[in-house]
Write a protein that binds this ligand. Structure first.
Ligand SMILES: [Cu+2]
Length: 359
């Protein structure tokens, strides 16, 4: 009993935190607000019913309880058509009433933006265990950290390169599954500049819990600067440690990773179908590293991008994130993690100089 109480209090207290970056009851855009509005509508209807039903229950059990010295047998009732009709019809009416705003919200959230809305399209491809974000309008792609301009509708094309994942940023909208060979959509809009956290919401294997993502909502101007930076090719260093890192990179890393403008890109085509129509996407094998240094996190957005973390990562990636590189089949485009390359300390420092330089 005490244990139960402690658990209950802990659970309730956990809901009272103020720093709740993944709280869907703290909506930050019109789509999330629709879900939030629907939630509270249903919540208050349910709360009113709860109070009425529990009130009636408590009232009748006190008012009509068996009293001392009262030996009368209670009236034995078998069926009451009228009463049963009433208590069947009331829930039917309530549920039917709740269905109206629920279904209309579902359809509303499913609606593709009008051409006039000038939505920004971002292709979202789920991988075991990271996200690829491609910006077809601007011709570049990034990993795990998406930037969007504040106030502009963003229309996501969502699919997967391997198993089913689910894209979810609770403050911006509900979940949408990333299903291999199928194309799904989600619309997100952020009211205010800021960082909105998300994570894969469909169990996708070993490192599902380490498959997170971030949405940075930037002002118009900041977004334009970010786009211009991301469009630049990777700079090839010509001197110092970074140049040595570049030599190693070309030998060991380019089988999976792209650094735009520096050689033949690696990717594979995946086809996603929507309503019988086929759409082709270029799926990467591993995160694009062209502007790796400009990201704040890595490894499915689970690690702050610090030199210390990068050192450990390059020494043995699976120490920081459970992966199965032993099951990789590059030719088939099946990658389940970054292998350990047994790099020397010197090679690691040189690669870090290269990667940190790729702003
Ligand atoms: Cu996943």
């Amino acid at each position: 009993m005490l244990v139960l109480l402690v658990v209950l209090v802990a659970l309730v207290a956990a809901g009272c935190g103020t720093e709740l970056p993944q709280n869907s009851l703290n909506p930050a855009g019109p789509e999330a607000r629709k879900i939030d509005g629907l939630f509270w509508l249903v919540f208050w209807i349910a709360a009113a019913i709860f109070i009425l039903v529990e009130g009636a229950l408590i009232f009748t059990s006190l008012r009509f309880r068996r009293r001392r010295n009262d030996a009368r047998e209670v009236e034995q009732v078998h069926g009451n058509i009228r009463l049963e009709m009433i208590w069947t019809m009331i829930p039917v009416v309530i549920l039917a009433a709740i269905a109206v705003p629920t279904v209309s919200t579902i359809f509303d959230l499913r609606r593709a933006p009008d051409p006039g809305e000038n939505a920004l399209v971002v292709n979202v491809i789920g991988h075991q265990w990271w996200w690829e974000f491609e910006y077809p309008e601007y011709g570049f792609e990034t990993a795990n950290e998406m930037h969007i301009p504040v106030g502009r509708t963003v229309y996501l094309n969502i699919t997967s390169a391997d198993v089913i994942h689910s894209f979810w940023v609770p403050q911006l909208n509900g979940k949408r599954d990333a299903v291999p060979s199928r194309l799904n959509h989600l619309t997100i809009t952020a009211d205010e500049p800021g960082l909105y956290l998300g994570q894969c919401a469909e169990f996708c294997g070993l490192s599902h819990a380490d498959m997170r993502h971030r949405v940075y909502a930037d002002s118009e101007a900041d977004f334009a600067v970010w786009v211009a930076d991301q469009q630049k090719p990777a700079e090839i260093p010509t001197a110092g440690a970074a140049a040595a890192g570049w030599e190693t990179f070309q030998i060991l890393c380019t089988a999976c990773h792209n650094s735009d403008g520096t050689g033949t890109p690696v990717s594979r085509q995946i086809v996603a179908t929507e309503a019988g129509e086929e759409f082709t996407f270029d799926a990467a094998l591993a995160p694009n590293l062209t502007h790796f240094g400009s990201r704040t996190t890595f490894a499915g957005s689970t690690l702050e991008q610090t030199v210390e973390h990068l050192r450990t990562w390059l020494a043995n990636p699976s120490d920081l994130k459970p992966m199965r590189p032993d099951q990789n089949d590059i030719a088939a485009g099946r990658i389940l993690g970054m292998p350990n390359f047994e790099l020397t300390d010197e090679q690691i420092e040189e690669l870090i100089a290269l990667l940190e330089g790729w702003q």
